[in-house]
Ligand binder design. Structure first.
Ligand SMILES: [Fe+2]
Length: 188
């Protein structure tokens, strides 16, 4: 089917099929990645209302879909210029695909054993600018930070195994070495 006609409902159906067939993160990501790349070409993902970013948070989180048990969550997230997130994990697999603008991803490696929930020693290990149509995939405990290096609001499609406010996940401060639970504000 023409790529512009690939709809959110097609993607949701594909997520259900793939996750019913395997629970291996690499396989799920591998199969969903080309479909997410098709979905971001649909102009419906660029709605004006998705560009509303809270000044305090620095980004706007728009929930497009989740199952009743909070699994298979799909968001469009918008990012104010120069703003982003602290280092964080997701507590579930993540597949992020650029829609509009560039987004800088910084990867961190955890050096401690994670046994103290309030402590994390993390080291920066890499950086990548994701352009529209490019994907970043993360395992549940992989740590990254994201920011918008551009002068305009950027948009990206975020797909998670579970809604990120319903996982046990953390933000990390590399200076103080503090780990804290991370909950994001979702647009109404
Ligand atoms: Fe993230």
């Amino acid at each position: 089917m023409p790529e512009a006609n690939y709809e959110l409902s097609d993607f949701i159906q594909a997520m259900r099929t793939v996750t019913a067939e395997t629970d291996e993160v690499a396989k799920i990501i591998g199969r969903l990645k080309p479909l997410a790349q098709k979905l971001v070409k649909n102009p419906a993902l660029k709605k004006e209302e998705y560009r509303v970013c809270g000044e305090e948070q620095g980004f706007g989180v728009n929930l497009l879909h989740e199952e009743e048990d909070h699994t298979l969550a799909v968001f469009v997230i918008s990012w104010l210029p120069g703003r982003g997130t602290p280092a964080h994990d997701h507590g579930t697999w993540a597949l992020v695909t650029g829609i509009e603008g560039n987004e800088c991803n910084i990867w961190w490696r955890r050096e401690d054993d994670g046994s103290n929930p309030e402590f994390a020693d993390i080291t920066k290990v890499g950086e990548l600018i994701a352009k529209p149509g490019e994907c970043v995939a993360l395992q549940p405990r992989e740590i990254h930070a994201v920011y918008n290096p551009g002068d305009e609001i950027s948009l990206s499609l975020h797909v998670y195994g579970r809604h990120i406010n319903h996982t046990n996940r953390y933000q990390f401060d590399p200076e103080t070495k503090r780990a804290e639970k991370l909950i994001v504000k979702v647009n109404p």
